[in-house]
Design a binder for this molecule. Structure first.
Ligand code: ATP
Length: 591
């Protein structure tokens, strides 16, 4: 063993990047496993297949690497789909290793998961004994069997502070060893030594720059941080497994979900979005799965749910933390069993041939700790996590995004015109801070472009955005006038708090405070009419599908519910909007 560690250390010292270190670690571990297999009773009946390294510190994947154990095989070629499948971890592997914080042996034929040792880490779970549990997900098991992996050893990549920053897994094919730990039980301690020696190199060496990170129509700008993520995203996009995209508001999660759809096997199918922020809790299941006429009060006709609309394609569900505990159970069911029930149709289960992509800007792990989010659903969603960095961490992207956004805006007006930013304008943007991410940048560009137009003429074919336009647009963003809405909301928050404390006996549901968007839509609808209001806030699709009345009604109902929860007697000023159908606008759109 000592020799093996020394040999590995010597090769790690020569490694310049994560890929080399992963290859060295896997080579050492696969060699050890093959030697142990040769000396075991399974020698002629089994073979070691491959090893993989999954680097996923924090909330998202950074890198994947694999090495085949076949003689002469080295690192697999990029884009090899079989290898990509083999690269993937599983709900069961990740959840087991994170829960038990030690090596875990999976027996895919028997469907069992067995922790092989109890870690000395203080937070190690006490129940991590040798008893075997069953696989957490039937999919994990099927996928392992699909690639002939009857026995899998999963080792944690242990970070110095006690965290787990990834895993290394070794796969073997030995069906005859069903019901046993194969050779993993004896071998795990020495392989864990090798994993611990390699861990600092795997975590700290830079990842290799990627050649394939070319922008495309769906991801028009790819900076250094994103180009590191792209290879992982390309692999993930092609899988059927659920993808979890986390990241701050406005960083581009929904666009990235669309990118994944365009690079998926379902690209010919529909891409549907369901933003849970806009759906009241009691309608979530209905919106997801659809309903039959009469399923609940107000269900006046059969309605197709988001899952059915996305059949054969991708369903992006944003703000997943807003899912009620009750609907979380149904969500888990559809993810695991791929079946669901339409509300009011109790006898029939329908198949969901849909790829789910989930978005969140919330701390789901914290929500699990607080009992607001089911742990099993969290692990089910957390198989292929991607963390989208904030724009401030993608600084090299600011100028290219600004050019792209200005160009997009200009082309809408003058299809064959041209727009550019001066180098000073770009520098000014690059040195600003972007707490609102790409959405904020888009707003600034919109303003700077409007300022440039006002100076250069509304009809200008060629427009140049100069530093002064950017400075003014940025100043407006931080100016007292622009901050007024923030201050107003602060006051409103303080008043709501007073109401909640003074008038209400029980707690007020915090989710009701999301009602602000209803106020905005309500005011806009009164002012411009419903259709125009939804269009102005980028919800044309709801108008096209004639769903905007229902969406508005929901928003207004939430305002009413907030009022009631805060003990307010007077109804909201939007009562009239509760009626289905257009009400005449009180003012023309021009006012
Ligand atoms: N790939 C892209 N192509 C074009 N524009 C983009 C892209 N990604 C982001 N943007 C710009 O950034 C804005 C925010 O993107 P997006 O809606 O995807 O963010 P998000 O992270 O999903 O936000 P939220 O969490 O608020 O839903 C978009 O309206 C658009 O202006």
């Amino acid at each position: 063993m000592q020799d093996g560690i020394q040999r590995l250390l010597l090769s790690l010292l020569k490694c310049g990047d994560f890929e080399e270190a992963a290859n060295a670690a896997l080579q050492a571990m696969l060699r050890s496993a093959e030697e142990a297999l040769d000396a075991s009773p399974h020698a002629r009946r089994g073979r070691i297949l491959r090893g993989t390294v999954h680097l996923r510190p924090g909330e998202g994947y950074l890198r994947l690497a694999a090495r085949d154990a076949r003689p002469g095989a080295g690192r697999p070629a990029e884009g090899d789909e079989d290898v990509e499948l083999a690269l993937l971890t599983s709900t069961t592997a990740w959840r087991s290793v994170v829960t038990h914080r030690c090596a875990v042996a999976l027996d895919a034929n028997a469907g069992t998961v067995r922790p092989l040792a109890v870690s000395a880490a203080p937070e190690a779970t006490r129940d991590a004994g040798p008893a075997a549990a069953m696989f957490h997900s039937p999919d994990s098991r099927q996928r392992m069997l699909g690639r002939s992996a009857s026995h899998v050893l999963v080792l944690p990549l242990r970070a110095p502070g006690g965290g787990i920053d990834g895993l290394i897994s070794l796969e073997a094919d030995c069906p005859a060893a069903m019901g046993t730990d194969f050779i993993w039980g004896e071998l795990a301690p020495s392989l864990q030594w090798l994993a611990d020696v390699a861990a600092p190199y795997l975590m700290n060496l830079p990842v290799r720059p990627v050649r394939t990170a070319a922008p495309d129509a769906f991801l028009p700008v790819v900076g250094a941080a994103m180009s590191h993520l792209l290879p992982v995203m390309r692999v993930f996009a092609r899988q059927d497994e659920t993808l979890l995209i986390s990241g701050p508001t406005g960083a581009g999660k929904s666009r990235l979900a669309r990118w994944c759809h365009e690079h998926s096997r379902q690209q010919q199918g529909p891409f549907e979005t369901l933003d849970l922020m806009t759906v009241p809790e009691d309608l979530q299941a209905a919106e997801l799965f659809g309903w039959k006429k009469g399923a609940f009060t107000g269900a006046v006709r059969d309605t197709v749910g988001a899952v059915a609309r996305a059949e054969g394609g991708t369903l992006f569900i944003d703000e997943i933390d807003k899912l009620s505990l009750k609907t979380q159970a149904a969500m888990l069911h559809v993810l695991e069993e791929r079946t669901y029930r339409v509300l009011g149709e109790d006898t029939r289960e329908r198949r969901a041939n849909v790829r789910f992509v989930i978005g969140t800007n919330a701390d789901l792990k914290g929500a699990v700790r607080e009992g607001r989010f089911r742990e099993d659903l969290y692990y089910r969603l957390n198989v292929l996590p991607i963390r989208l960095p904030a724009l401030d961490d993608r600084q090299d992207e600011v100028a290219p995004w600004a050019r792209y956004m200005a160009d997009r805006r200009h082309r809408q007006r003058v299809p064959h015109g041209g727009v550019g930013l001066t180098p000073e304008a770009e520098r000014r943007l690059a040195s600003a801070s972007w707490p609102g991410n790409l959405r904020q940048l888009d707003n600034i560009i919109r303003r700077a472009y409007a300022l440039a137009l006002s100076r250069q003429g509304e009809d200008a074919r060629e427009v140049r955005i100069e530093e002064e336009h950017v400075v003014q647009a940025l100043a407006y963003d931080g100016a007292p006038g622009a901050r007024a809405p923030v201050m107003e909301r602060l006051h409103a928050a303080a008043e709501a708090l007073v109401d909640a404390v003074e008038r209400c006996e029980g707690p007020v549901d915090l989710d009701l405070t999301d009602a602000f968007r209803g106020f905005v839509l309500g005011v806009a609808s009164q002012r411009f009419g419903r259709e125009e209001a939804f269009k102005r806030f980028g919800r044309e699709k709801l108008v096209t599908t004639r769903n905007h009345h229902r969406a508005l009604r929901r928003e207004v109902e939430r305002i009413e519910a907030l009022g009631r929860a805060l003990g307010l007697e007077q109804p909201s000023p939007f009562q009239e909007l509760l009626a289905e159908g257009e009400t005449p606008s009180k003012a023309s759109p021009a006012t």
